[in-house]
Design a protein around this ligand. Structure first.
Ligand SMILES: [Fe+2]
Length: 189
């Protein structure tokens, strides 16, 4: 039977969609103002949604589970959303996500383990693991960021040169995977 799309209204949301809606609610209802959080509300909304879409695309390309991939991506910076800080945000995010997913009652222990491992390690862009979901989290994160104006300047100004090179390596490899040109890897204007 043909099902109508709910546009995130009502009670017909899937478990993944409920988590996605929860993330938006956490951003909109946060008591930490833009002045004191390291990124803005707008950035958190845009980057979590952007990563979620990139994650869906990469999951299709890599034949991974789309639902788990979108949950990993929407939650990858959950610590920054909740605490307003990037300090230890990967590890803190894994703890926050674990609690959130357990409390929802919709996910098995194995699923929670897979999701939280990807979140916990998503900042280690220089490392290449054999875990496709950990790699998807890193790739979706850098690729989404690379599409914004002046992302290059941000990385060059705020990341050590070696880390910048690792980001570029990942962005180029995702661009190749998606059939995009590789001589330009940041949006220049
Ligand atoms: Fe991120």
């Amino acid at each position: 039977m043909l099902k109508d799309f709910h546009h995130f209204k009502g009670s017909e949301l899937t478990r993944s969609e409920k988590i996605q809606r929860k993330v938006v609610e956490l951003i909109l209802e946060s008591k930490i103002p833009d002045e004191t959080r390291e990124s803005s509300f707008v950035w958190e909304l845009k980057h979590s949604s952007g990563c979620c879409q990139v994650g869906r695309i990469l999951a299709q390309k890599r034949s991974l589970d789309i639902e788990l991939s979108e949950i990993i991506c929407i939650l990858h910076d959950i610590a920054v959303i909740v605490e307003g800080s990037y300090k230890d945000h990967a590890k803190r995010g894994a703890e926050i996500a674990k609690k959130m997913l357990e409390e929802s009652g919709y996910f098995s222990r194995e699923e929670i383990g897979l999701i939280t491992e990807a979140i916990a390690h998503h900042s280690e862009k220089q490392a290449y693991t054999g875990n496709p979901y950990v790699e998807l989290a890193k790739d979706a994160d850098v690729f989404d960021c690379s599409l914004y104006q002046n992302a290059k300047g941000f990385y060059l100004l705020h990341k050590p040169k070696e880390i910048y090179k690792e980001y570029v390596k990942r962005i180029i490899s995702v661009r190749k995977e998606l059939g995009l040109r590789q001589d330009e890897f940041f949006r220049e204007e």
